[in-house]
Design a protein around this ligand. Structure first.
Ligand SMILES: *Cc1c(COP(=O)(O)O)cnc(C)c1O
Length: 433
């Protein structure tokens, strides 16, 4: 038997009792929303807040987005869509004005939770429609549907060959008023690529979407809203904007393809800063292995710093020996990187050679080696793993993109995987001009 007992207030860690934190600049989210709106000025925008708002915090980001006028929210999972509804209800946003879309749920769900919470559901197959319509009937409500067309991602969605059957089933449910087809939608696989292959894949998807809309029209279904593009389409594919776009990574201030255009090029402000306090600093003599597996060896007597955050907090272990950091000291910022393997709760950084290293005898133990030299950064200094390099308070910090590069992943994964153990701290939008 599975247990899922609530532990009430015990599940989040107090910021003053933890040596690291993710600082979320809600003003940056507002700024990025305005930048995206400039690029897609004529259509509606849906704020994508799935996966705890890409690690930034579902409730805070939802409220910040609602305050700047978003009336559409997207969350992948039904469970998180219901959390979005609870947050908006509590803040007094009317369900008539603010809509939420979800596109994944347990395979056996009746979708009754979506009906009760007035959440729009993506429908790709007739069996989902049947369960959703049954729940709507039971509740005496009309289910709001976004019909999803698979235009080339080969993920969810009805392909052009299965769409006619789905369309006629939808038409019947519309007729008996159990279903309202609010929207038709699809998702692009390569909108972030400006290569000929990427551009042609996107063009093919858009052609198929048009064909899908015709199939729906032939069945008498005329969705009020067509939505296709996520951040990369807002930025780079005007043709994909239709009636609504879905603002994801750009809202959080990161580029969907930093190799093509950086966050700075796009005038985005990265909203998350991940930082820890330097827990300890020490001299380690030359030729000493550092961390598990001894994958890095001091090239001479070195100052090493202990950073109390690790893969248990979502820092990727794949960034061992490489993950960049900026250490903020009273005399300036030291740019350095992880040395040795990243552990579950901590990793070491190189803080440079001990100034007159020639005085150190090879093999000599550390303690009295250090007392003649000034540590390059005091214990307690802020160590910033990533943030906004254009923030005057934290100049020259790495971008999440740099961690993505050394961990062989994308910036989306870096921010999204920052775990629940790391306290989130919010800078209110009004705190900045
Ligand atoms: C995550 C997601 C988005 C947002 O994509 P970004 O690239 O982050 O803007 C939009 N639509 C769907 C279906 C998604 O899953």
């Amino acid at each position: 038997m599975l247990l899922n007992e609530s532990v009430g207030e015990c599940d989040s860690i107090a910021v003053e009792e933890y040596p690291s934190r993710a600082v979320i600049d809600l003003g940056a989210i507002e700024h990025n929303a305005a930048v995206l709106r400039q690029d897609g000025p004529t259509c509606q925008h849906m704020a994508i807040v799935k996966a705890d708002a890409y690690g930034h915090g579902l409730a805070q980001v939802t409220l910040a987005a609602a305050r700047v006028g978003f009336t559409w929210f997207g969350a992948a999972q039904l469970a998180e869509a219901r959390r979005v509804r609870a947050v908006l209800d509590r803040a007094g946003y009317s369900r008539d004005d603010v809509h939420i879309l979800t596109w994944l749920g347990p395979s056996d769900t009746t979708w009754r939770g979506a009906i009760d919470d007035d959440i729009d559901v993506s429908v790709s197959v007739v069996s989902t429609l049947a369960r959703l319509a049954a729940s709507a009937r039971e509740a005496g409500k009309t289910a709001r549907v976004h019909v999803k067309i698979d235009t080339g991602m080969s993920r969810a969605g009805a392909t052009l060959s299965t769409l006619p059957a789905l369309a006629s089933a939808l038409a019947m449910s519309v007729q008996d008023q159990t279903v309202d087809v609010v929207a038709a939608w699809t998702h692009l696989a390569r909108a972030d690529e400006d290569s000929p292959e990427g551009l042609s894949a996107t063009a093919t998807q858009l052609d198929r979407f048009d064909a899908g809309l015709e199939i729906l029209a032939d069945a008498g279904i005329h969705p009020r809203i067509r939505h296709v593009g996520a951040t990369s389409a807002i930025l780079w594919h005007e043709r994909a904007c239709f009636d609504m776009v879905r603002d994801g990574i750009g809202l959080y201030g990161l580029s969907p393809n930093p190799a093509q255009r950086t966050a700075r090029d796009l005038h985005f402000r990265p909203a998350m800063r991940l930082e820890a306090n330097l827990e300890m600093i020490k001299i380690v003599e030359g030729d000493q292995a550092v961390s598990y597996g001894g994958t890095w060896t001091t090239p001479g007597p070195r100052w090493l710093g202990l950073v109390p955050i690790g893969y248990g907090d979502g820092v990727p272990r794949a960034a061992s020996n490489a993950g960049p950091v900026s250490v903020i000291t009273p005399t300036g910022t030291i740019r350095t990187h992880a040395v040795g393997r990243i552990c579950m709760d901590q990793f070491m950084i190189d803080l440079g050679p001990v100034s007159d290293a020639e005085n150190a005898q090879p093999g000599e133990q550390g303690p009295d080696l250090g007392q003649y030299h000034e540590p390059p950064a005091p214990v307690g200094s802020r160590v910033i793993l990533f943030g906004n390099p254009d923030d005057p308070d934290t100049p020259d910090v790495p971008l999440a993109d740099e961690w993505a590069q050394v961990a062989d992943t994308i910036n989306y994964e870096i921010v999204t995987r920052i775990g629940p153990r790391v306290p989130r701290v919010y800078i209110p939008a009004t705190a900045r001009p």
